[in-house]
Design a protein around this ligand. Sequence first.
Ligand SMILES: Nc1ncnc2c1ncn2[C@@H]1O[C@H](COP(=O)(O)OP(=O)(O)OP(=O)(O)O)[C@@H](O)[C@H]1O
Ligand SMILES: [Mg+2]
Length: 250
Amino acid sequence: MKVVPAQPAALRLEGVSMSFPDGTRAVHELSFEVHRGEFVTIIGPSGCGKSTVLRLASGLLHGATGNVVVAEDNLGYVFQDPTLLGWRTVQRNVELFAELRRMPRAERVRRGTEALNLVGLAGVAHRYPRQLSAGMRMRVSLARSLALRPQLFLFDEPFGALDEITRERLNEEVLGLFESERFAALFVTHSIYEAVYLSSRVLVMSARPGPLVATFEVPFEYPRPGSLRFDARFTALAGQLSEALREAHA
Ligand SMILES: Nc1ncnc2c1ncn2[C@@H]1O[C@H](COP(=O)(O)OP(=O)(O)OP(=O)(O)O)[C@@H](O)[C@H]1O
Ligand SMILES: [Mg+2]
């Protein structure tokens, strides 16, 4: 029998607690792992510490106790707001993170073009952000991180402000990217359906900073068709998640 060494987790949190200088306790004794090829979603009431967890994982925020171990140095972060630069074209916005990492010009143009193709925006590369719809701007933001070809991908409610149909389309795009690239994903959302559709595991955080209220393994194989959302097993799991979320709000 061939023994395959276990891959270290792309991201591991061990007993992580975070208190801000004003005394606000945002995260308490949180532990979980995300491996390559796993799509882990955090869901929980507003203010329970979800964005704080992402900021800790990204290294943008310091001061937590416990261990945050990131095994991948190639990290993508899609913020809730697209945060595009208005004076740069779409193409130049998509190249921004690569440029900040001092990637040679030819390589970053190639990757930027490829990322824009992946999110279906090749046709608007020379436009400016103000000439795009909100959904298109979000796609540009996604492409900007994709150009880095991240092994660990953090998403903070990226589609929260969009209409349901656009959100579903972008969910399918993210899923397609995940199915082909198999990065490790840590995703935050308030949508139960989005959580079940995308994830291999869903973590429910509590309103009180505390350990997780519940963890759900999502048993559906990838690739997942859009029609999965109408499957009775999908609806049943969404119902259970909704119950757990109600408890989390208590
Ligand atoms: N820099 C800060 N200083 C003090 N308190 C903070 C700071 N940043 C966040 N908090 C507090 O920490 C808690 C968790 O905030 P966080 O942004 O992580 O919540 P969240 O779960 O992402 O909420 P939402 O779903 O509304 O985005 C909140 O009570 C918030 O007010
Ligand atoms: Mg947040």
